[in-house]
Design a protein around this ligand. Structure first.
Ligand code: NAP
Length: 212
């Protein structure tokens, strides 16, 4: 049985991915900050806010008791705000940077010892160059940084695959956090989950552009 570890498993894309993995009979370690939102079908539910290194470390320790050969690792945590720099407090800036970038480092750093030698890591990014719009400075900077982080990690972890998924608009609760209208043609999270699984099976590495 293959093993997966999904951070942000209580989010729209995270939940779709976990459901897809369970249907395919994977063993899944699902991590979110709201355990009650995790699918009841998940046997390994773990709670962590990626603002806390202690919490991230505890999750890694708990998973480490069960396995040290995670095949598929996904960072699907994310947060967004749309506030101009002149109005954005430092706390807001830090929240967005931590959810999208700092937490990706923490989760990866503490998870690497648990991964199989040929494990595949996925980070949920975005089409970062299209995000450089008024109000999105923190989100755009974090997603651009995430791409640089993942590219560097790929060069360090040469036996492993590292993919940055760059979806277009996806119909998830993320859109409720900004006063922006979700595009009518937003993709279903299940479709994104399916593309991640396809990329895993095809051994993809690099950017996975899903925007149309
Ligand atoms: N939806 C889109 O259109 C879209 C497009 C491109 C890329 N993405 C990216 O895809 C990823 C998944 O997003 P989604 O669309 O599935 O949105 P989502 O439903 O809002 O999921 C994001 C998840 O991250 C969690 N999270 C936020 N801050 C956290 C923290 N400090 N610690 C732990 N968990 C935290 C959220 O929990 P809370 O609910 O408690 O905040 C939520 O469960 C994100 O990185 C997002 O940027 C989404």
């Amino acid at each position: 049985m293959k093993t997966a570890m999904v951070w942000g498993a209580d989010g729209g894309i995270g939940q779709a991915l976990v459901n897809n993995l369970i249907a395919a009979e994977w063993e899944v370690f699902a991590i979110g900050r709201h355990a009650d939102r995790l699918s009841p079908a998940v046997t390994h539910c773990l709670e962590a806010d990626v603002n806390s290194e202690f919490a991230v470390q505890n999750v890694a320790l708990a998973v480490g008791y069960e396995t040290t050969a995670v095949d598929l690792w996904v960072y699907a945590v994310g947060d967004i705000t749309a506030v101009p720099v002149r109005d954005m407090g430092y706390g807001t800036w830090q929240r967005i940077m931590q959810a999208n970038l700092g937490g990706a480092y923490l989760a990866a750093h503490h998870s690497l010892p648990l991964l199989a030698p040929d494990a595949h890591l996925f980070f949920l990014g975005a089409v970062s160059e299209r995000l450089r719009l008024p109000g999105l400075s923190a989100y755009a900077a974090a997603k651009a940084g995430l791409e640089a982080f993942a590219e560097t990690l790929r060069k360090e972890e040469r036996r492993r695959k590292v993919t940055v998924v760059r979806p277009g608009a996806v119909a998830t609760p993320l859109w409720e956090k900004v006063a922006l209208k979700m595009p009518k043609d937003a993709t279903d999270p299940e479709k994104v989950a399916g593309r991640i699984m396809q990329a895993y099976h095809e051994g993809h590495t690099g950017h996975l552009d899903l925007a149309h």
